[in-house]
Write a protein that binds this ligand. Structure first.
Ligand code: PEP
Ligand code: MN
Length: 405
């Protein structure tokens, strides 16, 4: 009962403008599901959330790197041990290569065990049906019934997240690493009921260890920023090329008022041709204000194109170009390039172009399995990491940690 009147709940309810929420046909059913989620054991443990925050403090200080990666959209059907393990293997291989190249520890955070909700630019698809919003909301099948938002999916997501975390814990034990789970905190009817207040008084979001706000829901003062303000997790905000210095300062003030290293990650997703111009004013503004944010490079979401075949895709070279641009900006400003946020899978898909396999437009239909955005396959991820390792993260690269006030 106490949770129903918590500041987080009240803030989210009082904010009418929560962007990208489904139009539930039966709100009373959503309320019942929310009550059930509040009663269930949450997916992750508060202590693990705090451990991640501690490890991210090292990233903020310039003494470690952060690697986030996995599916654009996890699906319930795709939640098999083989798929989860393949993605985590790719995450760990990438982390190891970056560690060897940089001489710095790498903190691995999967886009996993909760990456079930998708923001959409258009509420309707080309057939006039409600858009697919992720398995948390509706199904990809192009029928009106399948696209109707179904709150029972919140309970399925909770169960699948817990099962996925079981695999993640097994992989962590086998590899003697600590693995963390993160996702976009988009659907507030899922995220808010999975927050818990600990005896220390702090509320944490326990749907995942790391929660981020997407480019489409990052309105300063909006419901998602208010949600993130109310939880003690490490949180991220995606920032695209339209982001202003005033906005990033607003995120820093709202989400990290105590200037606590590890609390806030800004995930730059500018596009390869914009990063050199769009990123420096933002990095300069937060550095000048003394905020110890982590800067992460998402080289995927600013570089999506539509192939002749109609498939959404991204070219390996463009992805690499944005990463190089990101590192160049930080080298010029003397700030720490905190790491990468990627969409990849360990499966042998054909969704992105290029790489050593030289995938072409005509290859895309072969194994285009993503439920949303195109992912690098295992080989392309390895190719990319080797190139980054070779050119950008040699142990001799001078590193000037951000001077935290
Ligand atoms: C995503 O990470 O899948 C996504 C939708 O990203 P963005 O919010 O940066 O567009
Ligand atoms: Mn995506």
């Amino acid at each position: 009962m106490r949770e129903m009147t918590s500041p987080t709940d009240a803030a989210a309810r009082a904010t009418p403008a929560a962007a990208q929420q489904p139009d539930w046909p039966d709100p009373a059913r959503v309320d019942r599901v929310r009550r059930r989620l509040r009663a269930l054991p949450p997916p992750v443990a508060p202590a693990a959330v705090d451990r991640l925050r501690g490890r991210l403090a090292e990233v903020a200080h310039g003494r470690a790197l952060l690697l986030q990666g996995g599916d654009c959209a996890e699906t319930f059907a795709g939640n098999t041990p083989a798929h989860i393990r393949a993605n985590l293997r790719t995450l760990l291989h990438t982390a190891t290569l970056l560690e060897v190249a940089s001489g710095l520890p790498v903190v691995p955070v999967g886009r996993v065990a909760g990456q079930y909700a998708k923001p959409r630019s258009n509420p309707y698809d080309t057939d006039g049906l409600p858009s697919y919003r992720g398995d948390l909301v509706n199904a990809t099948t192009p029928t009106a019934a399948a696209r109707t938002p179904d709150p029972a999916r919140l309970l399925r997501a909770h169960a699948d997240a817990r099962a996925t975390l079981g695999v993640l814990d097994a992989v962590a034990a086998e590899t003697r690493t600590e693995l963390f789970a993160g996702h976009e905190a988009l659907l507030l009817d899922y995220e808010i009921p999975l927050t818990r207040r600990a005896p220390d008084g702090a509320r944490r979001g326990l749907s995942g260890h790391f929660l981020w706000i997407g480019e489409r829901t990052r309105q300063p003062g909006g419901a998602h920023v208010e949600f993130a303000r109310g939880i003690a997790n490490p949180v991220g905000v995606k920032v695209g090329p339209g982001t202003t210095p005033a906005e990033v300062l607003a995120y820093a003030d709202a989400l990290d008022p105590h200037r606590s290293p590890g609390r806030l990650t800004l995930i730059s997703r500018m596009g390869a041709d914009r990063v050199a111009d769009a990123l420096p004013p933002l990095v300069t503004a937060v550095a000048a204000a003394g905020h110890p944010v982590i800067w992460l490079c998402d080289p995927m979401h600013g570089n999506t194109v539509v192939a002749n075949s109609g498939h959404k895709t991204r070219h390996f070279d463009t992805i690499l170009a944005e990463i190089r641009g990101f590192f160049a900006v930080h080298a010029a400003l003397g700030t720490h390039p905190g790491g990468l946020h990627l969409e990849f899978t360990g499966d042998d898909v054909t969704e992105c172009l290029g790489g050593s396999q030289d995938l072409r437009d005509t290859d895309l239909p072969t194994r285009y399995d993503t439920a949303c955005d195109p992912r690098l396959n295992a080989r392309q991820t390895l190719d990319l990491t080797c190139l980054i390792a070779k050119t950008l993260l040699t142990p001799t690269t001078p590193r000037k940690p951000l001077n935290i006030a």
